[in-house]
Ligand binder design. Structure first.
Ligand SMILES: Nc1nc2c(ncn2[C@@H]2O[C@H](COP(=O)(O)OP(=O)(O)OP(=O)(O)O)[C@@H](O)[C@H]2O)c(=O)[nH]1
Ligand SMILES: [Mg+2]
Ligand SMILES: [Zn+2]
Length: 297
């Protein structure tokens, strides 16, 4: 009786499971709650349908990866959406999410939206130089949307980024069948209004699966999700070629003498904002005791 499927949406205590034929609204079994595992959108699960469109969630199958914010599992790549028009994205927010993804072996794409309002080139240049796949798009004019579609086709992606950058708008542009709610950006505060309230995995006509997720704000930091301070250097991909060239083996690349990363920074081979974000994350990570760290997430 039990079947296998994917959680597409989690809302008001129900998990909507797609088994390729139909959608079943499942409630979690007591056993799951007892084990303190929270089912995530993207989870492969076993469930028992009751025949009336409802069912019970029995088991979560092993995850390839999992994220706390956005709350998704089994993602092939994170698409970090940013903007140089209001709301202007702080590069630190991009670097923080990118570092978390990198430390879990999950690919990232940087997508600068609203290029009809501001060309997005200064943000795009930082990430191109750091070795990320980087795009400039406009959900409004459709510019760059075909290139984005190519990068996400046949993959499971999650859109993430600060509120108001246009995650839902880009999804609407990618697939005209969608009519996801989009919200204004406050002119006064210069930030979005958290229009999207839940995570939902959407199947696009091009075959891609994409999770639309609620935007985060700059004060939303989950410090426990960070990598350990000593591992953080590996989460900044462009530091790679220099890491074994520092004078001291345990170099933190913050202000040490003979540091090859700082030397590369001085020569313009590493972008200043990327290094600033590294230092900020390094200091945050150092302040977290290991026992407080969110295991595996
Ligand atoms: N000019 C212009 N406006 C855009 C573009 N993309 C989105 N917008 C506008 O930006 C506002 C916010 O867009 P949303 O798609 O709701 O942003 P979001 O990232 O989904 O926001 P949350 O759901 O709050 O996280 C809306 O008023 C959109 O019409 C774009 O490329 N150009
Ligand atoms: Mg949205
Ligand atoms: Zn160093």
């Amino acid at each position: 009786m039990s079947r296998e499927g994917t959680i597409m949406k989690a809302l008001s205590g129900f998990y909507y499971v797609d088994d390729g034929q139909s959608m079943t609204a499942c409630r979690g079994r007591g056993k799951l709650r007892h084990e303190k595992v929270t089912p995530l959108v993207g989870d492969r699960v076993r469930f028992t349908p009751q025949g009336d469109g409802s069912g019970s969630l029995d088991e979560i199958l092993p995850r390839k990866n999992q994220f706390f914010r956005p709350a998704v599992a089994n993602i092939d790549q994170l698409v970090i959406i940013a903007s140089e028009a209001i709301p202007v994205t702080d590069p630190f927010l991009i670097d923080r999410v990118a570092a978390i993804a990198e430390s879990r072996g999950c690919d990232c794409i940087i997508c600068v939206n609203k290029c009809d309002l501001a060309d997005g080139e200064s943000l795009a240049a930082i990430y191109r130089a750091a070795g990320f796949r980087t795009l400039r798009v406009s959900a409004e004019t459709g510019e760059g949307i075909d290139s984005l579609r190519e990068l996400i086709s046949e993959k499971v992606s999650a859109f993430t980024g600060n509120s108001g950058v246009g995650k839902s708008s880009i999804l609407n542009a990618l697939d005209p069948r969608f009519s996801l709610a989009t919200g204004d950006v406050s002119q006064k505060l210069g930030r979005g209004r958290h229009t999207t309230r839940h995570v939902e995995l959407l199947r696009l006509s091009c075959g891609a699966l994409v999770a639309d997720t609620p935007g985060f704000s700059s004060f939303d930091v989950d410090r426990m999700e960070l990598a350990r301070a000593e591992e953080l250097q590996h989460a900044f991909r462009e530091f790679g070629p220099y890491l074994d060239q520092c004078r001291f083996q345990d170099c933190a690349h913050v202000k040490e003498k003979g540091c090859a990363v700082l030397e590369a920074l001085a020569q313009g081979k590493i972008q200043p904002t990327r290094h600033q974000s590294y230092v900020r994350l390094y200091e945050q990570a150092k302040a977290i005791p290991d026992w407080e760290r969110r295991k595996g997430q």
